[in-house]
Design a protein around this ligand. Structure first.
Ligand code: ADP
Length: 448
């Protein structure tokens, strides 16, 4: 069975969030199940690959060339799709993102002739199931929603001018949504199977509250929708071997964790108080604004906060300001910092994640793996992965009061170390989810 993944991020080549962790680790787990998936990724600036040739595709009515590169990581084969507008220093955040990824999908479709399964991820690859239905390639298609909030929406005039696709696909193949082209919708409508990254989120997105305007579409296709919980790369995220940590530890002996904690507090000049970590994109989804609202209350509870992240500039300014005024008690580091993220996961006493919605969430899994009980809002994948009072703490209310309630529960627990140990002992590996994906591939190929 020949399986292709098509995605916009893969750790360590390009990472913005959890999508990169998934694409960087699930294929290795599938290899253990006997598959050899190939990952198709845009050839971003800075990715070291071997140039192996070029291929042609059509865009804006012209024949265009793409460069093709090969790369390998942990024994997994990557095909790098070289298009001029990906030679930029970050994957997204440009006004022409929609156009760039439509080009990526059209170009990649020409390279998929040899595959039995094409597994497309998020809106950037969502056009592929439709192209398959138009006969561009033959594989069975799976579309995985990692985050329904980003749908790939654009005006239809540009879309058809760029792609040259037949106009009847607008209504007939599910591209149209509220008067625009919506790639996420087309992925859902056209794929043979649709998955998302936790069972709870698979249900939430079929409701008006969680559906981001696509709940009706998802309900109509619920028969082919299911949730498969994400795993973690448990070799990479391992406090017993993590090269970013000075002191290693496991569930049988947490003394190394205490040493990492002391180093983290010293590094960030924090007083010795219960310390909660936050490692996150600063996006509306993550409820970082609610943490800002809760800071007074948290200080009142005698808590330190260590916050690493960037995104919304207003929130960045707010946290920089609070850190300046709460020296010794609140540390804020702006930006993306892999090494510091590891030190925070290992050195904090608890991990705060008050998401408004959460498809799966990896940060809370990493925190548990590092013996740092997460304090999370009871939503989406957080609800599927954290056990209240056993491996972490949960709260419901989407406001500062909710966060403070969760933190009080955390402080109240008589034996936080047992919670940490139990969290560390959970199975977060990809073994089970990889078997579920394999079973789905086999089912689609009539091999079940
Ligand atoms: P999302 O994909 O919505 O951003 P997840 O919890 O699924 O959220 O995955 C987030 C991933 O990105 C985790 O691996 C987390 O450690 C990492 N991450 C987020 N922000 C930063 C940052 N500022 N520096 C380093 N790693 C980060």
């Amino acid at each position: 069975m020949r399986v292709a993944f098509v995605a916009s991020e893969a750790f360590p080549f390009a990472k913005v969030g959890g999508l990169a962790d998934v694409i960087g680790s699930l294929p290795q787990a599938l290899q253990k199940q006997g598959l050899e998936p190939t990952i198709f990724l845009p050839w971003y600036w800075g990715i070291q690959g071997y140039y192996v040739g070029e291929a042609w595709f059509s865009f804006e009515g012209r024949r265009e060339q793409m460069g093709i590169g090969h790369a390998e990581h942990n024994g997994v084969r990557y095909v790098l799709v070289g298009l001029g507008d990906f030679a930029r220093d970050k994957p997204y955040g440009y006004p022409d993102d929609f156009r760039r990824f439509v080009r990526f999908a059209l170009a990649t479709a020409h390279l998929l002739g040899d595959f039995d399964i094409v597994h497309a991820h998020d809106w950037q690859a969502a056009l592929l199931p439709l192209l398959r239905n138009l006969g561009w390639f033959k594989a069975r298609t799976i579309y995985t929603i990692h985050n329904l909030a980003y749908q790939g929406v654009w005006g239809s005039q540009d879309f058809y001018a760029w792609t040259g696709l037949p106009g009847e696909t607008y209504y007939g193949a599910g591209l149209e949504h509220h008067g625009s082209v919506n790639l996420m919708k087309a992925g859902i409508v056209n794929a043979d199977a649709v998955t998302t990254v936790s069972p709870r989120y698979a249900w939430e997105i079929t409701t008006p509250e969680g559906g981001e305007g696509l709940d009706g579409v998802l309900r109509a296709h619920q028969w082919k929708l299911r949730g498969i919980l994400n795993g973690l790369d448990t070799h990479y995220w391992n406090p017993a071997t993590d090269p970013y940590l000075q002191h290693h530890y496991d569930a049988s002996d947490l003394s190394g964790k205490a040493q990492n904690r002391a180093l983290l507090l010293a590094e960030l000049a924090l007083e010795d108080r219960p310390t909660l970590g936050v490692v996150s994109r600063f996006a509306q989804q993550k409820g970082i604004d609610l943490i800002a609202d809760a800071v007074d209350g948290l200080m009142g509870l005698g808590i330190n906060l260590v916050v690493l992240g960037s995104g919304d500039p207003n929130l960045e300014r707010t946290f920089a300001w609070m850190a300046a005024h709460l020296k010794g008690r609140l540390a804020y580091v702006q930006g993306y910092n892999e090494a510091l993220a590891h030190r925070i996961y290992a050195g904090s006493d608890g991990f705060l994640m008050p998401s408004r919605f959460e498809p799966c969430g990896l940060a809370q899994l990493i925190a548990m793996r590092y013996g740092t009980p997460p304090i999370v809002r009871a939503v989406g994948g957080l609800l599927d992965t954290v056990k209240h009072w056993e491996t972490g703490f949960m709260f419901d209310a989407l406001d500062a009061g909710g966060i403070l309630h969760g933190v009080r529960e955390f402080l109240k627990h008589p034996d936080r170390e047992s919670v940490a140990r139990k969290a560390m002992q959970q199975d977060f590996s990809w073994d089970k989810p990889a078997r579920e994906y394999l079973a789905l591939y086999r089912q689609l190929l009539g091999m079940a």
